[in-house]
Ligand binder design. Structure first.
Ligand code: 2BA
Length: 108
């Protein structure tokens, strides 16, 4: 068994979860925050059999899109402690996925 941890953009999460549950995959949704942009994203936990991993990856690929966003995250420090927001274009990936071996899975 594998644990798939998938960090996706909030906009893509509802349709992705719908498609996963429709195919009878079990999924847990966590509200998360990206360390770089400091804005919300969604982390999904999915415990699946080894042979189901590829199917889950296909569903993620179908639902999650790469987007370019402009953020004013960076700031330029000027003399006198003045900060000027500096626009920055960031390409946020469709999904960041980690696949881990599961030693034991128990449902009580
Ligand atoms: P954030 O950390 O908010 O990152 C958003 C996007 O900003 C990233 O998209 C990447 O394009 C850019 N970025 C991140 N760190 C950067 C840095 N140090 N310098 C320049 N640009 C940087 P993605 O790579 O698609 O990541 C989307 C979200 O997935 C991340 O949100 C984070 O929440 C998560 N993530 C990505 N890689 C991760 C990793 N190795 N470990 C844990 N979480 C990760």
């Amino acid at each position: 068994m594998k644990l798939i941890i998938s960090i996706v953009q909030d906009q893509d999460a509802p349709s992705l979860i719908d498609d996963l549950t429709e195919k009878e995959f079990r999924v847990t949704k966590l509200a998360s925050t990206g360390g770089f942009l400091k804005s919300g994203n969604t982390t999904l936990l999915m415990g699946v059999e080894d042979e189901e991993v590829e199917g889950v990856l296909d569903i993620i690929e179908d639902n999650c899109k790469t987007r370019e966003i402009t953020t004013s995250l960076l700031s330029v420090t000027m003399p006198g402690d003045t900060y000027i927001p500096y626009p920055l274009d960031v390409k946020v990936g469709g999904a960041t996925i980690f696949i881990l071996d599961v030693e034991k899975h128990i449902r009580i």
